[in-house]
Design a protein around this ligand. Sequence first.
Ligand SMILES: NC(=O)C1=CN([C@@H]2O[C@H](COP(=O)(O)OP(=O)(O)OC[C@H]3O[C@@H](n4cnc5c(N)ncnc54)[C@H](OP(=O)(O)O)[C@@H]3O)[C@@H](O)[C@H]2O)C=CC1
Ligand SMILES: CC(=O)C(=O)O
Ligand SMILES: [Mg+2]
Length: 618
Amino acid sequence: MRLNNPASISGSFPDKHRRILPTRVVVAGSSNRDKSNGSLLMATDESTATLKEMRDGYAEVVDPKSGVSGGVQDVYGEDTATEDQPVTPWSVSVASGYSLLRDPHHNKGLAFSEKERNSHYLRGLLPPTVISQELQVKKMLHNIRQYQVPLQKYMAMMDLQERNQKLFYKLLIDNVEELLPIVYTPTVGEACQKYGSIYSRPQGVFISLKDKGKVLEVLRNWPEKNIQVIVVTDGERILGLGDLGCHGMGIPVGKLSLYTALGGIRPSACLPVTIDVGTNNEKLLDDEFYIGLRQKRAIGQEYAELLHEFMTAVKQNYGERILIQFEDFANHNAFDLLEKYGTTHLVFNDDIQGTASVVLAGLISAMKFLGGSLADQRFLFLGAGEAGTGIAELIALEISKQGLIVSSRLESLQHFKKPWAHEHEPVKELVDAVNAIKPTILIGTSGQGRTFTKEVVEAMASLNEKPIIFSLSNPTSQSECTAEEAYTWSQGRAIFASGSPFDPFEYGDNVFVPGQANNAYIFPGLGLGLIMSGAIRVHDDMLLAAAEALAGQVTQENFDKGLLYPPFKNIRKISAHIAAEVAAKAYELGLATRLPPPKDLVKYAESCMYSPAYRTYR
Ligand SMILES: NC(=O)C1=CN([C@@H]2O[C@H](COP(=O)(O)OP(=O)(O)OC[C@H]3O[C@@H](n4cnc5c(N)ncnc54)[C@H](OP(=O)(O)O)[C@@H]3O)[C@@H](O)[C@H]2O)C=CC1
Ligand SMILES: CC(=O)C(=O)O
Ligand SMILES: [Mg+2]
């Protein structure tokens, strides 16, 4: 069999090996997997297709005569190849020997079989034992549990991601409840705060003011070409930790690892981006380990021009259907960027829209199990920023609008707050607002820790048999109250959910399991739905559909434990349901371009998901 385009991958051979080690075919075949031994059948039809590029089980198939791409295909084949859509045969080559062990996309470590060690020049480069991926997972988990400090666990996970990507994802997927707080909130917050010290290798693309006029070139330096989703931040509002500048990169990296682990988007299709326009964080500017530009933030035209160049370059490089998730921008830019690019790009703001969808889902499930309707509730928000007004907006799509902010401040309010201005005497203390407005639902999106004091929670509990309290601010240090405080101060009556996880809490004869109201429930499934339908725009109805789909996964058993959300351990199934509903909405609204729609969208979503299982190499 002829090797197609081996150079792109054999380029990583050490020169001295290049002459003696040929690039090896490691997987090759058609869409049909040989189920008897789990390996892939060789069925390459070289006259019709050659492989252009391959990562994580996906290949771009190109007709050698016309050079026309047949699209990116899942080389696990049986999953995406349907009767209506047979896949083209493909072949792939990757480096062997030492280079194979250093390639995180293909490295299997001690799991390389004897046969693979023989055929891929691995003899002597590995100790004699051969172990399964399951045993590798067990060993890694054991090692990670030895660390007492969460940041050490985070660094061990990042190190694994750079060594053996499939093992990283298998570990994360199989132990999602234990490891989510490590790769995501709260630990990712500390990682961002110390990103300069722990930085070892680029995990995404940094675009700074220095790159003005060259953003397209910068994007092209990233080795992966078939990008489907970008998470981008400018680092100005990282969780509730404020302006972390270039160190905000930890957030896009973390969010995208959830796109893969929770939503099944293949890792090589994910691109983390940090736009560095400086920072106003004096501590960072003085920190010798700071990795970003040492200047105050660019604003106004200078900022807008760099952002515009980025948005234009992204579409030019990756096409109309590239999904862009805005993350952790400060609110004075976030709303404007969303408004500006929402009509020209496939873009959403996770803090405004993803958060709204997850909170709405929690409220829908609360209404389902407690009785009552959203329209009968009174909402009080602490924090009228991206998350707060985003949530209010989406709730208002279901019920009539009711203002929440005192309108005497109208003149001075930022534009996104104005729709929520409310006729009321100014109140100084939150507890006075609670007593005056008598909310049934209290939502914290202030980024200020411990603002739901004992008096506030007690006031909520005196007004409501079942007070609904969301402390959404992240990380844990910024949570408006802890689970223990919510349950204790309400005498076990609060229905509580928080942005960062809290352990189950025993109160009286009951153990309460606090729900995690975090947009991580929504964006992976939302993204998958948009990608699999080839959507070209994000529509609010898709966020409503995602919320309904998530709420639909909550059982009476979950609610009896105090949970407004289903457990994260089922997240891939949950994401498939969200993706299916989002895709259905995209088709209904005429925003989908992948036609015709698959018959069973849930099944299709599941079949599109990246698998972290090792492939057998020939
Ligand atoms: N659980 C989840 O999934 C998510 C959680 N979050 C968390 O929510 C928090 C806020 O995020 P976001 O909305 O994007 O940030 P913003 O900065 O847009 O919003 C915070 C708002 O809180 C207001 N605020 C600050 N302190 C107080 C106070 N003491 N009393 C009343 N209002 C106050 C600010 O007022 P002003 O405008 O005057 O400064 C601002 O409007 C963060 O901690 C973030 O981590 C965010 C997204 C998702
Ligand atoms: C969860 C999230 O997006 C935030 O805290 O900003
Ligand atoms: Mg965020």
